[in-house]
Ligand binder design. Structure first.
Ligand code: SF4
Ligand code: MG
Length: 321
């Protein structure tokens, strides 16, 4: 399949300032040298603990946050160098779904107004056509046209996320970046929303980047999964390979924390010990070395690069070099 999005050596460093003059005393490397490709029609899961840079990455792809360095190519167009008006055109094709739909929906607007807004922003359709598109989209996400005149607080969490999804789809985007879209929902509702996202992917030929903090959630929806740790990708592979044959000690530890429904399946247990180090003062060498029980001398000083160790299976760990 063809690439839709190519991210190369992407970095985001946030300054740490101190005192009334805001003197810079350090920096947080929230995203540090990240490269990956997203292919048309696939779902790429991106997983990591909070603070690993996954949300910052998602926001940088839409330039809601400006990258410090690096390249973002969407259909061969360099996103990082676009002017405001050029960026608006591209935003029509790339949309985001947020973790907390309530916070991202204007409480004073009806659902109709919320869904119509992206069409107005992008100058799509007449008033009449826009109304019709809103009605159609409500049905598509499993709501009804009589919901159009209601306000966000009149809906359940699951319904609000359906509204968030509908809003993201109004401009018929190609790429959806979903940042923990089901984390705030009850487990029973999570499955419904995930199924909806899968149906919509088929119906509209969508490509997804699906961000989550736990490997369990992205398992079934993702074709490939990337695992991030302190701003870097430490492992990237097809879902099956990542879950059945994890290579990086951090991925193994994350998987040990996911309950396995099949009791016959023997899991290599690896406990995640210690706290996540501060991103403002990350460990030298391999950033995971302070928590890794396979740590060697080289790990403390030399940063492992992400390398392809089997076809399509990338790992950043000295155990494999
Ligand atoms: Fe562990 Fe070393 Fe691999 Fe890092 S590079 S994950 S410290 S074995
Ligand atoms: Mg987050």
């Amino acid at each position: 399949s063809e690439p839709l999005l190519r991210v190369e050596r992407l970095k985001k460093y946030f300054p740490i300032t101190s005192g009334i003059f805001g003197k810079q005393v350090g920096q947080v490397k929230a995203v540090d040298d990240l490269s990956f490709t997203v292919y048309k029609g696939e779902t790429l899961g991106i997983v990591g603990e909070s603070g690993c840079g996954k949300s910052t990455t998602g926001r940088m792809l839409l330039r809601l946050i400006e990258p410090t360095e690096g390249s973002i190519l969407f259909e061969d167009q360099e996103i990082t160098r676009l002017s405001k008006s050029e960026l608006r055109k591209v935003r029509r094709e790339m949309q985001m779904i947020f973790q907390d739909p309530f916070a991202s929906l204007n409480p004073r607007h009806t659902v109709e107004k919320i869904l119509e807004e992206p069409l107005i922003v992008h100058g799509i359709g007449s008033k009449q056509e826009r109304k019709k598109k809103v009605q159609e989209m409500l049905e598509v996400v499993g709501l009804s046209s009589y919901h159009a005149k209601r306000y966000p607080h009149q809906f359940s969490g699951g319904q609000r996320q359906r509204i968030g999804i509908a809003r993201a789809l109004m401009t018929r985007p190609k790429l959806i970046i979903a940042d923990e879209p089901v984390s705030a929902l009850d487990v029973s509702i999570q499955a419904q929303v995930l199924n909806l996202l899968e149906d919509l992917q088929k119906e509209f030929g969508l490509t997804y980047i699906f961000i989550a903090h736990d490997l369990g959630v992205v398992r079934h929806i993702s074709d490939r999964v990337g695992v991030m740790y302190l701003g870097r990708m430490v492992e990237l592979a097809e879902s099956e390979n990542l879950y059945n044959n994890p290579k990086h000690p951090y991925t193994k530890a994350l998987l040990s924390a996911v309950p396995i429904p099949d009791p016959e399946y023997k899991q290599e247990k690896q406990l995640l010990v210690g706290d996540l180090p501060s991103p403002s003062n990350p460990p030298t060498g391999c950033a995971f070395h302070t928590r890794c029980d396979a740590c060697m001398e080289i790990c403390k000083t030399v940063k492992p690069e992400l390398k392809e160790v089997e076809e399509g299976h990338y790992v950043a760990c000295h155990l494999y070099s």
